[in-house]
Write a protein that binds this ligand. Sequence first.
Ligand code: HMG
Ligand code: MG
Length: 311
Amino acid sequence: TTNDFVKIVEVGPRDGLQNEKTIVPLDTKISLIERLSTTGLRVIEAGSFVAPKWVPQMADSTSILSHLLRSPPLAPNPVTYPFLVPNLKGLESALPSTTPPPHPGASEISIFASASEGFSLKNLNCTIATSFERFEPVVKKALEHGIKVRGYVSMVISCPYSGDTPPEKVVEVTKKLLDMGCYEVSLGDTTGVGNPYSIDVLMKALLEAGIPPEKLACHFHDTYGQAIVNCMVGLANGIRVFDSSVAGLGGCPYAKGATGNVATEDLVYFMHSVGMKTGVDLEKVSEVGAWISEAIGRKNNSKVGPALLAK
Ligand code: HMG
Ligand code: MG
């Protein structure tokens, strides 16, 4: 069938590294992105244009963007490199630049909203309503420049600050992002507290509200080891875009207790095992996972990668 292709959005260089305590050298970040580019991945989130005093680890994202544009990584297929943008100031960094070194600008950005007030205040320093007032001109200007915009919704199941998230709230925020011009909305179980039941209830609420599955992506963190089974529920509900992080890197600096995303290696293995196609070379991506874990001195949080490489 034509519905057996799953697009994997690799978020390791951004969601994976943003929470690392010691600053990862720019060369290591660029090498990570270049290595990931050889694996068949089609989307690699490469950084974020946020306030450096909030997230110092992402402060060199401008250098990453200009490097990627000046020396595009070797890849077997076209790769998109999106960057997170919270406001107009962040968008400036994504636009074409004439100051040396000049570059033609990012082709895609992501804006990130929350389904919970508590997390919106922690993460964006403003209410959900104010965050949307700030996103509006960002999306408008990005689209005027031909930059595609993806949306994120955080805390879609529960929030450490505000408690359980009503699915209707996720529906409301998702619709707003789509109405604003986002081509796709990624649903963040930021702290990994979802289970197959709560994820299914959420999926059904979104689909019953008339949001087509083609407009949705699953962004599940693996804090409690439930991310793969939750992705399976997404798959069963018709979702074909999944976010993951090589070696399961990551966590959100403003989400207490959150660990990394589902590992890309584990997601690819799972998808292939149920007959889906990803275009991703599992062995190659496992090697990248082993390399980055070693390079930043971190435990490899993938199960599949080390098992495969040990064979
Ligand atoms: P604020 O402090 O309210 O902003 O932060 P402000 O407008 O008052 O500015 C404060 C300072 O930041 C000023 O500098 C600005 O120039 C600067 P100063 O005058 O003090 O020297 N500034 C910026 N600098 C660079 N780029 C910018 C920018 N904006 C302001 N874009 C703000 C508000 C939104 C900026 C801040 O809260 C912020 O940067 N938040 C981002 C937090 C973040 O990156 N979180 C992680 C990503 S989200 C996530 O991980 C979840 C996700 O994975 C999905 C999921 O798992 O659920 C996506
Ligand atoms: Mg995340």
